[in-house]
Design a protein around this ligand. Structure first.
Ligand code: MN
Ligand code: MN
Length: 346
């Protein structure tokens, strides 16, 4: 009844928000039941998010910039389903993200499946709205082009950002198919050209496979991007890759983008451009957990393609990585908040 929809008069306290915006308890409603949202979180319309939640998980169901095998438009739904298996506390780090931050699923960005530029505008508008409103975005793709408008949205307020980029591919190509500049193989060249991504504070981890030409890496290296390719990871080890990446991004504002094809197709075959010789899912956990206590202002997990994911296992890997990213974001945000409180007290 409309008359029962009373307008809130007082803003909720932090404790009330943490209580309200956390996953449905699997001890009360079993995890196979209920409406499928990311991590079994409450759904909240994006325009309600500022002032209400700290972290928004959003789906970006777009694969219109995919150059080869599509299907990632169906990724958010499948990852929502798989994410019902996630629980509340990270066994590896003991981080409990929902005790630190009020979180909600804000649904999917209303993409335009037949227009790349219009879709990028829509993504940028929504992420801008969230970021300007003080809400940290964790996005579930979609193909990798979705990171480009997100970086534009974040940089508009925070200035050029650094980035940790875990991927089999550099995604710094120029054009495809005779001049097409907006593809999932080009987002980071576009972001660097726009001045929203700082290549000197950008590190790519896990690059391997094949290139279109022998000098495909040159542009990225010329910009000053640090590429820790898979051969270097294997030679020097994951702790080295973590330490080196932390040195590159430092403590300024940093974005984290995770392409599921960084993981070996033995563990995550459901993606458009798989490359053998990648991370095991165990190594991916170790790698991501190495990036605690950085100044992370957003993250995404992209390129899960359900039509290519016959077992559903890739969506599970994607949901699990998304939970790890959520733990990083929640802890980083809580650390920023406590630093601000301390500064205010002093
Ligand atoms: Mn990629
Ligand atoms: Mn890739």
């Amino acid at each position: 009844m409309a008359q029962n929809l009373k307008k809130k008069t007082e803003p909720a306290s932090r404790e009330q928000r943490l209580e309200a915006y956390r996953p449905l308890s699997g001890m009360v409603v079993p995890r196979f039941a209920g409406i499928s949202t990311f991590m079994r979180l409450p759904y909240l319309a994006p325009n309600q998010a500022p002032g209400e939640i700290d972290i928004a998980i959003l789906g970006i169901p777009f694969d219109g910039a995919t150059t080869n095998r599509p299907g990632t438009r169906l990724g958010p739904r499948q990852v929502r389903e798989a994410s019902s298996l996630m629980r509340l506390v990270n066994y590896g780090t003991l981080v409990a993200p929902y005790d630190l931050c009020a979180c909600a699923d804000v649904g999917d960005v209303p993409v335009n499946p037949i227009d790349v530029q219009d879709t990028l505008r829509r993504i940028e508008a929504e992420v801008s709205y969230l970021h300007q409103g003080g809400v940290t975005p964790l996005s579930i793709g979609g193909d990798h082009i979705v990171s480009y408008p997100i970086l534009r949205a974040l940089a508009a307020k925070s200035g050029p950002v650094g980035m940790i980029h875990v991927d089999a591919h550099s995604d710094t190509g120029d054009t495809f198919f005779g001049g097409q500049k907006l593809t999932h193989g080009t987002p980071f060249r576009r972001a660097i050209e726009d001045g929203v991504l700082d290549p000197k504070r950008m590190v790519q981890i896990g690059i391997r496979g094949h290139m279109y030409a022998a000098d495909d890496r040159e542009w990225a290296l010329d910009q000053g991007i640090r590429i820790i390719d898979m051969d270097e990871v294997v030679e020097k080890g994951i702790p080295y890759a973590i330490a080196e990446a932390r040195r590159i991004v430092g403590m300024d504002a940093t974005y984290f983008t995770f392409d599921i094809d960084s993981i070996d197709p033995a563990f995550a075959p459901g993606t458009g451009t798989p490359e053998i010789g990648g991370f095991t899912s165990r190594e991916a956990l170790q790698l991501v957990r190495g990036f605690r206590h950085l100044n992370l202002i957003g993250a995404d997990m992209v390129e899960v393609s359900p039509p290519l994911d016959q077992s559903g296992g890739t969506a599970l890997v994607g949901a699990s990585i998304a939970f790890e990213l959520l733990c990083l974001l929640a802890e980083a945000r809580a650390e920023r908040a406590s630093k601000e409180t301390r500064l205010n007290v002093v």
